[in-house]
Design a protein around this ligand. Structure first.
Ligand code: SF4
Length: 64
């Protein structure tokens, strides 16, 4: 898995909060919906971020 991976949250997010609890280093819910950090995911958070992506109930987390 490359260490330069970035994520973003598309507009289907329902703000359930799962990603932010699974991987708070990358995802947060500043308002009603989640956002991902606009930076490369730190290597130590790659597994948790991938887990958050898989766990999103609406598939709102994408890679870029
Ligand atoms: S898990 Fe998916 S739907 Fe839930 S807050 Fe995160 S991006 Fe939004």
């Amino acid at each position: 898995m490359p260490s330069y991976m970035k994520y973003y949250v598309n507009d289907t997010c329902i703000g359930c909060g799962l990603c932010a609890s699974t991987c708070p280093e990358v995802f947060s819910i500043p308002n009603d919906v989640a956002v991902a950090i606009d930076a490369d995911v730190p290597e130590s958070s790659l597994d948790a971020a991938a887990q958050a992506q898989e766990g999103c109930p609406v598939g709102a987390i994408e890679q870029r």
